[in-house]
Structure formats: structure tokens, C-alpha cells
Design a protein around this ligand. Structure first.
Ligand code: APR
Ligand code: ZN
Ligand code: ZN
Length: 360
């Protein structure tokens, strides 16, 4: 058992606070990781706002990298000293998705069995089964994915959530391939990662759409060949114009709203693919003529965590980064201290950053 400091959301809508957290020693199948960096993601804010569930208090943070400090009984392939990115898809190998050879959909992912608590024994709910705005955290060993230790923790940790979701939306779910035209609607951290993923996959045309010019500048630096500010021009018409009048082969929606989904739906070519990676809220409804759904053909897909397989995708993306083929640094807008998470939520809300990353 160890005492460390971490960021806790105690009640709905209330500012987060730094608390003393008790971390059990790792039990069978578990690991304790010394967290070196953890990015601030929208989902952390959603937890704080009660938008995910009511199981307060939450130990926030889930986009992290660090060094394994200790492993429990029966853990193989992971040792103290290993540099790891934490993932929230520790595949079980036994559920119906895993058994069918599609582990990126795993429906029974592993988390630590023991609980981290406050000093008075109150059990914490770790965000996405991780909880990483904390000096050390307890996770299932499968939530640790080893990557090249030369990568900086602030950069590597990004792969743990938003950036992986965006890359994967383009590369895995969208299946972008050489020569495709791709449009990305919403160019925050997730959408811009989709832009970078489309470039890596060899897309010939990458059209970035946002209502904020700063986001579009980032998109250009990450590989967008064209940008559209959709607060000024109709993005559907503009995307069609840029694609010979037809629409893009793959359109990634990285906002999570009915209006932008509808834009994505009509901005793709016949038989093209729409990928929804933006996360909607429960009140949102989509209305589309069913005849258009049929008549436009193709595929309407959702992308959960970029359909990633951490063991396959994290080390590969770190290698590409180390070779200079993938600018992960561009996603780190600022590094902050543990007690600056609340301020980072405000910056995120105002769209001032792609990612604020807590470094320890
Ligand atoms: N049209 C185009 N872009 C929009 C619109 C709109 N109507 N509304 C918002 N945006 C842009 C914002 O300007 C911002 O750049 O969408 C982007 C959203 O980015 P972020 O707020 O930084 O969020 P991000 O971390 O990228 O996540 C995007 O993916 O995983 C989900 O929960 C996440 O739903 C969220 C989405
Ligand atoms: Zn499974
Ligand atoms: Zn996240």
C-alpha cells in the first residue's frame, strides 16, 4: 500500500481537487505504474460533469505513459522498469469478439480488481478503468503496453486515448488507403490525429473542416491539403467542389453532433465511408431520409477508440514518431503540473489547446 497525490472529482460539476490516494500493492494480474505524463481529455471533464455515470468520486486521467514499478502474481511479459502507455482496451481473449478474431472490439476488457481509495477508505472510480492524474496508479497488467523507451512520456501518453482514437478512425475504421480523398470535420486533438493518420495512410487529398481558424492551421501543419472554415462556408459544397463534384471517399466526423454528422453524410462520395469518432450526448437525435441512407450506399461506421489494438498500434506509432514520420509533438500544446488540471479544462473548453499534458 502506498500514499500518493491524485486529481479527484468529488461531486457533479464541482472543481476537481488534489487528494491523497491509497494505492494497493499489485495483486494477481495487476501492475502499479509510476505515471510520468497524462493528457487532459474531454472524457475527464465529462466524468466531472456527471455525463458518464454517477459513481463519484472519480480518479481522473487516462491518457498516460509511465514506468512499471511492480507487478503482481502471474504477470508475464511485463516487468518493473518497463516503459508503457496505458490503454483502456486490455483484451480478454475469450469474449465473442475476441473469439471471432476481432479483439479491437473486445467486450470484456480487463481492469484492476483491487480498488484505489481515499484515505478514509472511500472507493474511487478510475476514469476509463485507469485513473492516471496520480503519481502512481494500479491497473490490470494488460492495460500496460510496452513501447520504445526513447519516446518522451508526454508524447507517448497521447496514444492512450484521443490521438489514437483519431488516427484509428482514419486508418483502422475508415480504412483510408493510398490515393483516397478524406475529409475530417472537427479538428481538435482527435480530428487532427485523423488528419495525420490519413496522411500516413497515403491519402491524396485531405480536407480539414472546423469553425476555428487556429485548428485549421494545426491541421495544415499535420497534413491537410485543404482547409474549410465551416462557420463561413457550406462544408458539404466546399468538399464536393474539391473532389470533382463527388464528395470524399472517407469522411471522419470528430465533433459528435447531428449537424456535423449530417454534413459528413452528404460530403462523402457515393459508396463512401462515414466514420463517427466524435461522441454525442444522450439527448441528440439524427434525422436523415432513409432513401438517402440506401441510395448513397457505402458504410456508416462508428469508431470506438479508433478500433485500435494497443499491442499492435502503440509500438508502431511510436516507431513512426521516432523515425520523424509522425509529428506527435504537435499535439502537446502545453505541459502542466498536477494542480493545473482544472485550468486545463477551461482552456480545452475554449479550444485553446489540442492537448494539455500533466507531467510528473
Ligand atoms: N463544425 C466543425 N467543427 C466544429 C463544430 C462544427 N459545428 N463544432 C465544434 N467544432 C470543432 C471545434 O472547433 C474543435 O476544434 O470540433 C473540434 C472538437 O475538438 P476538441 O473540442 O478539441 O475535442 P477532441 O478532443 O478533438 O474530441 C472530439 O471526439 O473522442 C471524441 O469526446 C470526444 O466528442 C469529442 C470528439
Ligand atoms: Zn474479449
Ligand atoms: Zn480520453
Amino acid at each position: 500500500m502506498q500514499r500518493v497525490r491524485g486529481v479527484v472529482a468529488k461531486a457533479k460539476g464541482e472543481p476537481v481537487s488534489i487528494e491523497t490516494i491509497l494505492i494497493p500493492d499489485p495483486g494477481p494480474g495487476e501492475a502499479v505504474v509510476q505515471v510520468q505524463a497524462c493528457g487532459v481529455c474531454h472524457t475527464d471533464l465529462h466524468y466531472r460533469e456527471g455525463g458518464i455515470n454517477d459513481e463519484f468520486p472519480f480518479l481522473l486521467g487516462h491518457e498516460a505513459a509511465g514506468v512499471v514499478e511492480a507487478v503482481g502474481e502471474g504477470v508475464s511479459g511485463l516487468e518493473p522498469g518497463d516503459f508503457v502507455v496505458l490503454n483502456w482496451r486490455a483484451v480478454c481473449g475469450q469474449c465473442r469478439a475476441c473469439l471471432r478474431g476481432r479483439p479491437w472490439y473486445c467486450f470484456a476488457t480487463h481492469n484492476a480488481k483491487q480498488k484505489m481509495t481515499l484515505e478514509d477508505g472511500t472507493v474511487l472510480s478510475p476514469a476509463l478503468g485507469i485513473g492516471a492524474f496520480v503519481e502512481k496508479t494500479l491497473v490490470a497488467a494488460g492495460q500496460c503496453t510496452k513501447v520504445d523507451a526513447d519516446a518522451s512520456p508526454a508524447v507517448a501518453g497521447l496514444l492512450g486515448c484521443g490521438v489514437m482514437a483519431g488516427f484509428g478512425a482514419a486508418m483502422n475504421t475508415g480504412g483510408v488507403s493510398r490515393g483516397d480523398s478524406v475529409a475530417v470535420i472537427g479538428c481538435g486533438g482527435v480530428g487532427n490525429a485523423a488528419v495525420a493518420g490519413a496522411r500516413l495512410a497515403g491519402a491524396a487529398k485531405i480536407i480539414a473542416v472546423d469553425i476555428d481558424d487556429r485548428k485549421l492551421d494545426w491541421a495544415r501543419s499535420l497534413g491537410a491539403t485543404h482547409t474549410i472554415n465551416s462557420s463561413r462556408i457550406d462544408p458539404v459544397e466546399a468538399i464536393r467542389e474539391l473532389t470533382g463534384g463527388f464528395g470524399a471517399d472517407v469522411v471522419v466526423e470528430a465533433v459528435g453532433r447531428p449537424e456535423t454528422y449530417t454534413q459528413a453524410f452528404y460530403a462523402r462520395d457515393l459508396a463512401g465511408t462515414v466514420v463517427l469518432v466524435g461522441v454525442p450526448t444522450p439527448d441528440m437525435k439524427l434525422e436523415l431520409p432513409l432513401l438517402d441512407v440506401f441510395g448513397r450506399g457505402g458504410a456508416l461506421k462508428s469508431s470506438w477508440y479508433g478500433d485500435c489494438l494497443p499491442t499492435r498500434d502503440f509500438p508502431m506509432l511510436i516507431d513512426l514518431y521516432r523515425q520523424g514520420r509522425l509529428d506527435l509533438e504537435a499535439f502537446v500544446s502545453e505541459t502542466i503540473a498536477l494542480d493545473e488540471v482544472e485550468a486545463a479544462f477551461t482552456k480545452m473548453h475554449h479550444g485553446d489547446v489540442l492537448r494539455s499534458v500533466v507531467v510528473f
